[in-house]
Design a protein. Sequence first.
Length: 341
Amino acid sequence: MQKKQEHHPDIRAALNTLARSTPEAAGRASLALRVLLRRSHSFDTSNAWNYSRLTGDGFPVEFSFTTGDTHLRYTADPGGSDPPGRMGDALGLMAELGEPAADPRVIRYLTACQQERAGALRYGAWVGGRHPVGDAGLHQSSQDRFKLYSEVPEQGLESHRPFIDGLVKFPQRLYQGAAQLAMIATEPTTGRIELYLRAGQLELVTLPLLLEAAGQRPRAGELVAFVEEAYAHHLEGRIPGGSAGFSYALIPGSSEVVFTLYLFTRMLWGGDARIRRCFSERLKIGGQDSAAYRELTASLAERDVYQTYHGLLGFSIASAEPIKLSLGVRPPPVQADGSDP
């Protein structure tokens, strides 16, 4: 009998923690991560677990939490082949996990973008997993969803206009600015597509323009006030940090577009210890039980250094809904002990 592939100790500890509150979802996530990280387990080298651009220290998994729901979420970097081959590899892994085929028009466009500038690719593709909990996810593995994140090599935003115009209408001034299309994600089960853009220093006067493409321009002041409240400081004309990102998520043919502003969490809240305290409070304000997040990050309670295990903080706006927060965190390093869930 073939021995079951064991998880990396940091992933095993995180899943064991999450299994205490969401055992069914954690079990399904465990099975999926064994598939997604199969290549990492096959490498008998010192850098088998620090090759990724997904996290600050190169670890290929990041869990995420949101004030919007309690689903078990993560993003994984399957690694393996050189970056130009990783999108095809990721699609194969998603198919193995039961995810339906992605929209061929989107895949053709992504393939063309990556082939045109293959030498500029840094990571190629990642895979996100979402496992519902409670009544929506109990014993229903068909509810699990997987999302392909495909890198877009840097070039002028205008060059992507024909593709973008078929999804969302950007104001002309956005095409004339310094923003770059950095990544396109697609979730085949729902048909949702998300465009991720990267910008430099983001001035507050630019936010109405960014929100206009999502039909949310009147909420620019609300977003600024929300960021200021989380930051506990007045914003002096710009978003904290030297760079920011934003995304537009939609299902083609639908008028609903979700806008998300992304910041490096350390620029808002500092080290891991303070990030943990601030986000736990935000989960409570959003009506979510913060126990799983607090337990997962318990070892970070006193950690206060510039290089954090927490990654990006997202502020999401959808029509007629309160602003939601999302936060990614690399599972904190632990000693190898315990057993897989």
